[in-house]
Design a protein around this ligand. Structure first.
Ligand SMILES: C[S@@+](CC[C@H](N)C(=O)[O-])C[C@H]1O[C@@H](n2cnc3c(N)ncnc32)[C@H](O)[C@@H]1O
Length: 340
């Protein structure tokens, strides 16, 4: 929608201030302090060890933004904050908030340079010549928040894929770049006869193995294989290869090479199921997907968002006769391609 008023421009210009109120309230422990009880500003400042006057201003802004509620007993979290940003909440977005704030925003601040040069900003911001995942994973805290972010996004996608895509119920599935294995965990809740192997970088497999055993209790149904899909072939003999938000991390040629590896590894009649956010055919929406595409620009090694037609062409270039585009009621759509 095009903007009509100067106020909309001003609101956009100070959007970063609003986001910073959210990041700071989370980082300073404000939300956890008033998750279950309302407290006056001075008590919150005291518990969070903040300067009282400055804390009061942060609380006022957070209330004006709708993050907090204010009443006779003081400030308390809004229902949305209680549901997503306090310890032990059901739909925890804390990792996402911290990943965006600490790891992503420094790269975004160099967006103009990224657009000038068409490349990510890791070297400019950290001095590192390493790739995106090597940079993220070199810091245990960043690895942790990245995996937490993927975990949150992946659960709703996994639920949608288990419903929108047809499953026999006894497939052997290779989840390439599966991160925290939440896809296999959710799929197995619907189809207990399926077996899943998760392939990811060694740092990720070490953490995910523990999660599969201790959190999901599914060590007999999901195993992990440490590997590098850029430098190694994929293991063979699977009925389905799942690529959840993996293609968009890479440039189009690398996407085709990865799909060729999938084609080689699948048995005849086997399928690739990929989930991605598809851009509108003219590229100018949806808003979140256009922003994700810039996020891929500033952070990854050539990654980008693409239209459904561009994904279909890449499947065909990799040897699949066609790819079906299945729209799903979540952020991502599914692309399903069968090997002849
Ligand atoms: C954007 S995350 C996607 C996570 C998950 N599949 C989802 O649907 O949300 C990409 C995943 O690919 C993994 N990955 C990146 N490069 C890899 C490589 N060369 N070999 C194996 N896994 C890799 C990352 O560790 C990460 O778990």
């Amino acid at each position: 929608m095009t903007m009509q008023s100067p106020q909309e421009i001003v609101d956009l210009a100070i959007g970063g201030w609003k986001a910073q109120v959210l990041f700071s309230a989370k980082e300073l422990g404000v939300f956890d302090t008033i998750a279950d009880q309302a407290l006056p500003a001075e008590a919150i400042a005291d518990k969070c060890q903040l300067e009282a006057g400055a804390c009061a201003r942060l609380l006022q802004a957070a209330t004006a933004l709708g993050l907090l509620e204010y009443g006779a007993d003081g400030y308390r979290c809004s229902p949305a904050v209680r549901a997503t940003l306090v310890e032990g909440c059901e739909a925890d977005l804390s990792a996402l908030i911290m990943h965006v704030y600490r790891d992503v925003m420094p790269l975004w601040q160099k967006l103009s340079d990224a657009v000038r040069e068409g490349s990510n900003r890791w070297k400019q911001v950290t001095g590192s010549e390493e790739g995106h995942f090597q940079n993220l994973y070199s810091d245990p805290e960043a690895l942790d928040t990245f995996l937490g972010t993927m975990h949150g996004f992946n659960a709703e996608t996994a639920m949608a894929v288990s419903q929108a895509v047809e499953w026999r119920g006894d497939e052997r599935v290779l989840d390439v770049g599966g991160a925290t294995a939440v896809f296999g965990h959710v799929l197995l809740e619907h189809y207990p006869g399926i077996r899943v192997t998760l392939l990811d970088l060694p740092e990720v497999c070490d953490i995910t193995q523990r999660r599969i055993r201790d959190e999901y209790g599914k060590a007999d149904k999901i195993d992990t294989q440490a590997g590098d899909f850029l430098t190694e072939d994929l293991p063979e003999g699977y009925d389905v290869i799942y690529l959840g938000w993996v293609l968009h991390d890479w440039d189009p040629d690398t996407q085709v090479r990865l799909l060729e590896k999938c084609h080689k590894a699948l048995r005849p009649g086997g399928r690739v199921v990929a989930t991605e956010c598809a851009l509108a055919e003219d590229g100018n929406g949806p808003e979140l997907t256009t922003l994700l595409s810039l996020d891929m620009l500033v952070s990854t090694d050539g990654g980008r968002e693409s239209t459904a037609e561009e994904y279909r062409q890449r499947f065909e270039a990799a040897g699949f006769p066609s790819a079906e585009h299945i729209e799903m009621p979540v952020m991502r759509d599914a692309f399903v391609a069968v090997k002849n």
